[in-house]
Design a protein around this ligand. Sequence first.
Ligand code: URA
Length: 208
Amino acid sequence: MSESSRVLIELRDRALVCVDCGLSETRTKVVFGVGDTSAGLMLVGEAPGKNEDLQGEPFVGAAGKLLDRLLADVGLERSDVYIANVLKCRPPGNRDPRPNEIDACKGYLREQIRLVDPTVVMTLGNFATKLLLNTDVGITRLRGQQHEWWLGITLIPTFHPAAALRGGDRVTNQMREDFAVARSVLDSEAPDEEKVETAETEQMELFG
Ligand code: URA
């Protein structure tokens, strides 16, 4: 097992007993993240919903099925990527994450990204995009662009699959385009050790 996989397991074990915010009182299971811990593509959603809270795995409901189809369209399976959320515990009634909850939880996501060290991070929806790009600009304006980001990672914002389920073909097709862009970055990028080193210095500025 690689050192980063070992550290990720330690991090997950800490998250499983985390009581850093009030969501620990209402959650059923902590949803830490799943997938290939050395994946080239990492997906970051918002927070677990009802099914995820029961099963302890991200994107297992209807939005997850759409995500699986979008991945399949670019020749990827769920097991080829790493999937995590901004929040590891479900907000009651699926309400929006609160700033104090995001603050309490964001260190887990930062470490997941650092340890998986993907080539591309796709942020799904407003919460993940605003956190990782440290911006108030909404997803509708930010999608369709690639951002050269922390650790030399390319960040590609896209809609949340739940928005595509509500918004129909137009939103789904835009997500399809974004996944195709991610695929082309994955295909074109060779591992680059130097980039990783220079980006380490920017780490302190991350996540607001
Ligand atoms: N929505 C999310 O943002 N994440 C999940 O894991 C499920 C639904």
